[in-house]
Design a protein around this ligand. Structure first.
Ligand code: SF4
Length: 283
């Protein structure tokens, strides 16, 4: 039985923060915490930073003043200050939370933020695993420069459920991609994270190529906080064999070579098919 999710309404001090992510000037996260509880989530460090006693995935702080932290409606000086700060910059929504996780259905903070961002001249990237994003197609189309990235690492629903226990289904994410694309929103399929032996990235591309404008690829990283969860999933598939292989071939001495070659395989595959792509591998 999953633990209940503790939802707390808070007033935050800031919502847009400078970023060191390549190609991203700022990140924007209207929630602290993420109910999807992915076993590989690097954002689990937020639990310690925010001093939450609950496990990652079991708490969500809702930044009730999210929209006003960008600028207040009707506040000309606030809008001018926001423009001076963010115009011409890139903003990524959803770097340490999912901006369309279930609570967004009730609080509509992401929708409120999109309304505010419309009056700025930013390049916006929205990253999500949720089909709730299609609710805001009207606003996404009104952004000057906007891309929606749906992240997915599996086609197998059962495996997806074990890796991302509370995230929306594979089929709903594929349907969301189609709906966004057909509406005219620029789409990315963010194949992330790539699990060696488990992520069928070529099949994911083949399955979606008609509705995706660009592919992003990111490899799985093993963090001290995520190792046990990932090991448990791999052990449940194939005893300890895969975990031993992970520690040796993919994350041990040979790991760097494996990921360099994988990067090359992906780049060659995409180039041969004229597929726009970006590879965000760290190894
Ligand atoms: S959706 Fe993203 S932020 Fe949320 S738990 Fe999964 S990896 Fe972490």
């Amino acid at each position: 039985m999953p633990s209940p999710i503790i939802i707390k309404e808070i007033n935050a001090k800031n919502i847009i923060t400078p970023s060191k992510i390549p190609g991203c000037d700022f990140t924007l996260n209207p929630y602290v915490g993420c109910c999807h509880a992915c076993v590989y989530c690097y954002a689990g460090f937020m639990q310690r930073v925010t001093k939450h006693a609950e496990a990652w995935g079991d708490f969500i702080d809702v930044k009730m003043n999210a929209g006003d932290l960008i600028y207040r409606d009707g506040d000309g000086a606030g809008l001018a200050a926001a423009r001076a700060k963010y115009d011409g910059k890139t903003i990524t929504m959803g770097s340490v939370t999912d901006v369309y996780q279930a609570v967004e259905g009730k609080y509509k903070l992401t929708r409120q933020i999109l309304e505010r961002l419309q009056r700025l001249d930013v390049e916006l990237f929205v990253i999500t695993k949720s089909n709730l994003v299609t609710r805001d197609i009207d606003l996404l189309l009104q952004q000057k420069n906007c891309t929606v990235a749906i992240s997915l690492s599996q086609l197998d629903e059962a495996l997806c459920r074990r890796l991302e226990p509370r995230a929306p289904s594979v089929v709903s994410r594929l349907a969301a991609l189609r709906k966004l694309h057909e509406a005219g929103v620029r789409t990315v399929l963010f194949i992330s994270p790539i699990f060696p032996r488990l992520t069928p990235w070529a099949e994911l591309v083949a399955e979606t190529v008609a509705v995706v404008d660009e592919y992003w690829f990111e490899n799985l990283n093993l963090y001290p906080t995520t190792k046990q969860g990932i090991k448990a999933v791999l052990d449940s598939i194939d005893g300890r064999l895969w975990w031993d292989e992970y520690l040796g071939k993919y994350y041990g001495r040979d790991g760097e070579r494996f990921w360099r070659e994988e990067e090359q395989r992906i780049a060659t595959y995409c180039k041969q098919r004229g597929i726009a792509h970006r590879i965000f591998f760290r190894h």
